[in-house]
Design a protein around this ligand. Structure first.
Ligand code: FA5
Length: 345
């Protein structure tokens, strides 16, 4: 019985080797592998027979079965490698590589222009000693208006037409100014020099210069003896670096409930741009920010004593700055996801 069984193994080996040699390509080789080494394969079946062999012959049968298995596996691996190499050579001959063809470029992403200008703004203010402080986009009515010296029904609230949430008293912030209160309360009486970047939302009629969703970068400086001269110096130094020495900066007096006195700052639109009149309503100037000396009531709401410290604050529009830098004629282009526009930056 055992002899016959061992003989059968040898016959199986010879048959398998012959069939292996006859395999012409990778597909037939893999079929061969399944026939012999698959779950229901002949080698597995032969190994499974071990239990039926008489005890004194079992070791010899086992050894022989193992030898056949190892030999066939090695022969298969070699044949498979050869078949792959042959196929590769055949394909290289049939479709020769043209190494002079240009490579296929991978499309690379890039930073959105708004992100780029935000980073420029961070760099300039970092050089002026400002830290970046992040605050929330959803605010309470108290923070967005009341602590900024605008009690309910104050007419100045009309300057910021607001998106309300379904929770009473909770709004999408209309400006980054509520962040001033957050910083002051966290700094708890210490001097402050920060910028607060982030998204703002207004229920406005969209135009070439105004979006319902736009970035602002707030600035806040508080300490002993901070003056309007510091505000003007900071803004002018910033504008020089952002726009270059050849561009004009105009400072006008203005009104905000949370600053006193208040100013607005404009930059001159590129003189040679044919859209200049349309975008600047014939003035030649586009406003980039509002600013002023922090109102005593706001300092108090933040926990500071207006008799001991003073401060200045500003809120600038990074997208307006991009428009001014590159003579972009429509602020809506920023969020339209048109790659023809975005790829220019
Ligand atoms: C404010 O939002 C004040 N909080 C600014 C401020 C901060 C004043 C601190 C004093 C002290 P204003 O609404 O003017 O002000 O907006 C400030 C800047 O944000 C504008 O100059 C403009 O650059 C930008 N901005 C305002 N509204 C829009 C809009 N709808 N789309 C795009 N940019 C806007």
């Amino acid at each position: 019985m055992a002899d016959t069984a061992t003989d059968e193994l040898k016959t199986l080996e010879v048959q398998a080797m012959e069939e292996l040699k006859a395999c012409a390509d990778e597909a037939t080789l893999r079929a061969w592998n399944t026939k012999y080494f698959g779950d229901k394969g002949l080698i597995k079946a032969a190994l499974g027979k071990l239990g039926t062999i008489a005890k004194d012959q079992r070791a010899a049968y086992g050894q022989e079965a193992n030898r056949v298995k190892v030999a066939l596996t090695a022969a298969y691996d070699t044949a498979l490698a050869e078949a792959k190499e042959t196929a590769l050579q055949a394909s290289l001959t049939a479709n020769p590589l043209d190494v002079s063809l240009p490579g296929r470029g991978r499309p690379r992403g890039r930073l959105h222009p708004a992100t780029q200008i935000l980073r420029q703004i961070y760099t300039i203010f970092a050089d002026l000693g400002f830290q970046v402080y992040r605050t929330r986009e959803v605010e309470t009515d108290e923070l967005n208006f009341e602590f900024l010296n605008m009690p309910a029904h104050h007419p100045a609230r009309d300057m910021w037409d607001t998106f309300f949430t379904t929770t009473p008293g909770v709004v999408l912030r209309t400006h980054t100014s509520p962040g001033q209160i957050h910083v002051m309360r966290e700094a708890a009486g210490k001097p402050i020099r920060v910028i607060l970047p982030g998204m703002c939302y207004r229920n406005e009629a969209i135009s070439t210069r105004s979006e319902i969703q736009f970035y602002q970068v707030e600035g806040l400086v508080i300490g002993e003896g901070v003056t309007m001269a510091d505000l003007k110096g900071t803004i002018t130094a910033f504008a020089r670096r952002m726009f270059g020495p050849e561009r004009q900066v105009r400072i006008r007096s203005s009104y905000f409930p949370f600053t006193e006195p208040s100013i607005e700052v404009d930059i001159d639109w590129p003189a040679d741009d044919p859209n200049r009149d349309r975008l600047t309503k014939g003035t030649g100037w586009l406003e980039i920010l509002g600013a002023g000396m922090v109102h005593p009531n706001v300092l108090r709401a933040g926990g500071y004593d207006p008799d001991k410290v003073t401060g200045f604050a500003f809120g600038m529009g990074p997208q307006r700055m991009l428009m001014l830098k590159h003579a972009i004629d429509d602020i809506r282009l920023f969020w339209q996801n048109d790659l023809r526009f975005l790829r220019q930056f």
